[in-house]
Ligand binder design. Sequence first.
Ligand code: HEM
Length: 196
Amino acid sequence: MADIPWTWLGIRASGITTWGLLTAVVLWGILLKTQTLGRVASPMRLLDLHRWLGAVAIGFLLVHMALLLIDPAVHFTALQILIPGVAPWKTLAVALGTIAFWLLIPVTFLGRLRAKMGLVGNRWFKRSHLIAYAAWPFATAHYVLAGTDALAEWSLAMLFAGAALIVLALLARGFVPAPGPVRPITEKGSQPLTSA
Ligand code: HEM
């Protein structure tokens, strides 16, 4: 334990924390659009929490990246951290993390500028949100491929729990269509329903 550089422990801790926070941000974002939590959490409360979690997630992500720059074992340069596919170590795994980082940048900046940009700002902010949601699968793939203990039982339990919660929230959000009306069966078989 004494031989393990503190930076490496920090990279791992900040990476796992960022993933957990990002999962929570996505969940809160999806729940914001539903009434699933009813009176337990008002939309304003959910929005506050969504924003706060987002800001803290970005903070931990920056710590994760900064520690890679000073870690004595991996020796990453700023370009290797910022340009996907340039890192010499676990190139694909690291590239996925870098892509997740860039996908989070538009929403981070537009969130600050939105108020000053009026309607155009609102439109771009909504679009940047869709891009930001795409960061989660990239960050998750990065975790699975780069994580030292990604396939350990505790880690798999965390990954499955996070993914299951997001799937459940998406179901609540209505992305999976509700079952349609039952079709009346006639002698000729099932008939298409005509609108009344
Ligand atoms: C949203 C974005 C990101 C998330 C959620 C994230 C999360 C994680 C997690 C959970 C780990 C595994 C820690 C472990 O070993 O247990 C990890 C490792 C790692 N990440 Fe990220 N990361 C992100 C972005 C980045 C970026 C932009 C880079 C920069 C190139 C990066 C580079 C690395 C490296 C090199 C490792 C391996 C560290 C090691 O085990 O020595 N990550 N990351």
